[in-house]
Design a binder for this molecule. Structure first.
Ligand SMILES: N[C@@H](CCC[C@H](N)C(=O)O)C(=O)O
Length: 279
């Protein structure tokens, strides 16, 4: 058993265990991640973020980003599986770097991920301020179908570096408890998919439930909120630059799909605890 230091945080109640590992000494095994995320036997979280310098890991995404980003977000879902990207997690990681790692919040902060380098900006240059993430270009990949039990809905396949199926539904209660992964087309999503169920609350204002690949139903999903805003903007024929508000069970995110095809996501990030854990 080894002792690891950890920091616990959340973004709109999508919660994470951060494992600071600047020098790349703590490669995590899937079983260790699952234990950290276990809400009874471990610390409890929707995912784990190992915080490692790009020059201290041989992950190909980190290696490719050397020279443009100092830090790499090594993201794992609660079941130990890898994901390319986590929109809420990257804000929490940004908060950690600005408050615990001497990173200057007054300038843009590039962070390497498996879905490319994302750039964070802190409101007013305040290390405790709201964080905007340039999430890059979405990919709209066509129509598909998702189902829960006997119910099924048409959905839009959107990639934010990780896969999403966005379904507009009549009521967020229609799906009942999301205790298992919604049905989806394995040919379209061979590695699984994050599913967003969406209702409209007003003009450019949406409410969402999300079932995350590898984590189950969560209180929020940042990449999911981006996918939802993009699918809604297309359905609305909205001009680029239109601001969308997305309410999730754990809080609200603001999204803008820009003229130059980038999705900007703005929201909170909170660190709640830190300590030592044995694994
Ligand atoms: N909660 C995240 C997404 C985490 C990864 C996802 N479950 C996947 O497997 O792609 C977010 O805030 O984006």
């Amino acid at each position: 058993m080894n002792e690891y230091s950890f920091v616990k945080g959340h973004g709109t109640e999508n919660d994470f265990v951060l494992v600071p590992d600047a020098r790349g000494l703590h490669e995590l095994q899937p079983g260790q991640v699952a234990l950290l995320c276990d809400r009874r036997a471990g610390i409890g979280a929707d995912g784990v973020i190992r915080v490692v310098r790009t020059d201290a890991t041989d992950d190909p995404a980190a290696v490719a980003a050397r020279g443009e980003a100092t830090w790499f977000m090594d993201y794992r879902n609660a079941d130990g599986s890898l994901s390319e990207m986590c929109g809420n997690g990257i804000r929490v990681l940004g908060r950690f770097l600005a408050t615990h790692a001497d990173v200057d919040a007054r300038g843009p902060l590039p962070i390497a991920t498996r879905a490319g380098t994302k750039v964070l900006t802190f409101a007013d240059g305040d290390p405790l301020g709201e964080i905007t993430v340039d999430m890059g270009a979405p990919a709209l990949l066509g129509e598909t179908t998702v189902s829960v039990g006997e119910r099924s809905w048409p959905a839009v396949h959107v990639s934010m570096g990780n896969p999403h199926a966005v379904a507009f539904v009549d009521s967020l209660d229609d799906a009942g408890p999301l205790t298992t992964a919604p049905g989806h087309d394995p040919d379209v999503f061979p590695d699984g998919v994050n599913v967003e169920l969406v209702v409209r609350r007003g003009e450019h204002h949406l409410a969402v439930r999300v079932h995350e690949r590898g984590s189950g139903e969560t209180r929020s999903c940042g990449t999911g909120a981006c996918a939802v805003a993009v699918a809604a903007a297309v359905a609305d024929g909205a001009e680029r630059g239109t601001a969308y508000t997305v309410d999730l069970p754990g809080g609200t995110l603001r999204l803008v799909w820009t003229e130059d095809d980038r999705v900007l996501m703005t929201g909170p990030a909170v660190l709640v605890a830190e300590g030592l854990t044995a694994l």
